[in-house]
Design a protein around this ligand. Sequence first.
Ligand code: NAD
Length: 468
Amino acid sequence: MTDFPMIINGLPVSAAEHFDVKNPATGETVGRAPNASRDHLDQAVAAAETAFASWSQQPDAVRAQACLDIAGKLGEQAEDLAQLLTREQGKPLNGLGSRFELGGARAWAAHTASLSLPVKVLQDNEQGRVELHRKPIGVVGSITPWNWPVMIAVWHILPAVRSGNTVVVKPSPFTPLSTIRLVELMNEVLPPGVVNVVCSDDQATNIGAAISAHPGIRKIVFTGSINTGKKVMASAAETVKRLTLELGGNDAAIVLPDVDPKAIAEGLFWGAFINNGQTCAAMKRLYVHESVYDEVCAALVDYAKAVPVGPGTDEASVLGPVNNRMQFDKVKRLVDAAKHKGRVLLGGEPGEGLFFPPTLIADLSHDDPLVFDEQFGPALPIIKYSDLEDAIRQANDSPNGLGGSVWSQDIDKARQVANRLECGSVWINKHGAIQPNAPFGGVKSSGCGVEFGEEGLAEYTDIQVIYN
Ligand code: NAD
């Protein structure tokens, strides 16, 4: 059994204790991750502080090239990383699974190299010159979830190092191994201490909590649940850390009466079931106009029942198991409650181990828990509406505001509805498609700040204005 190390100051560091990381498809141990102590975190922060002194002074071109070199490493090692990711996360190698995630991670890394934040001249006249400079903040603490662990680590780390910061990353205890491997690869490119990784099982020591309170860390970028995000925000207050919080979503999709149900079924399905629904900006509630309701339900069932579900290492699978028991139990509880209120069109009964089949439940109402809570799993509630105003009101009646979508052949009409949705991203005739040149983030309780693009890069900097 392989014991994975932490990486601190460019070197592997082992811990006194380890915890098992299980394959969700089989229950077998994939490897053992180190359980960091508070001392390990202090060492990692100290290494990152030391590295910051020189990394922050490197020419911009050096940091851009480092991002490109990391993208190159991700390309070279994509298959090995994808295999490890599938074994610890459960997602299939194929479909929108591990190979797709590695492709995305590489694309984001390369795009980050092309971004820049040049000095902005705010004024240059006889009264004087005023320049806005963007300066790196210091040590960034990155805390990641288990759903897209490699891609999200790249989303956090690459813009941080691109803009001159150094990083201590802490992956989820469910998926630490691919992040450790990722950081090893980054350390083949970067000077020691620029990117460090520590792990914990969140039990003996909660290293995530320690990171968000650590006085040596100047910014936290956190992706995870709203509840944990609130804790991060509270503990970051003491040292006034900068924060980017990408939190939960409960995205609504609104289907207008003029759609062709068969033509949209595939897009609706993958909008909801990408990564088994364990995706922040997946479609989590589907509002369909009564005039096309039965046809949309039927087309979705037809598409969904042909989707191969199985162990992620099986090349034929395009959906795998749920990642962990806690999440599985949550999905089961919400589906069990919904079964008594609505009509099960497909699925509804758990499979072996952590397998849960794609589940479609129709005739639910807006306040049923499967509709109102973030299920984060392979179960989609479908709600019939007759008045578009009601559908818009219900879509917005949520503490979350991450994404949303509108489905119609009338793009102008769809844009008008999109404009009224209270969320950070809205898609028309698709759901959840993000790209590295467009800022992504939530409104309301779905978070604060954005990632990607120049707006995302700017979040890793403080502004300094120089007057002369
Ligand atoms: P989680 O909040 O349970 O855990 C996220 C991370 O926080 C893990 O690394 C965990 O170890 C760490 N952590 C635990 N306690 C902590 C504490 N007290 N202080 C600091 N860190 C702590 O979330 P999860 O279950 O891993 O991920 C699922 C959630 O993430 C869903 O709600 C999903 O919508 C959200 N998510 C959001 C986005 C986005 O971009 N908005 C992306 C992916 C996932």
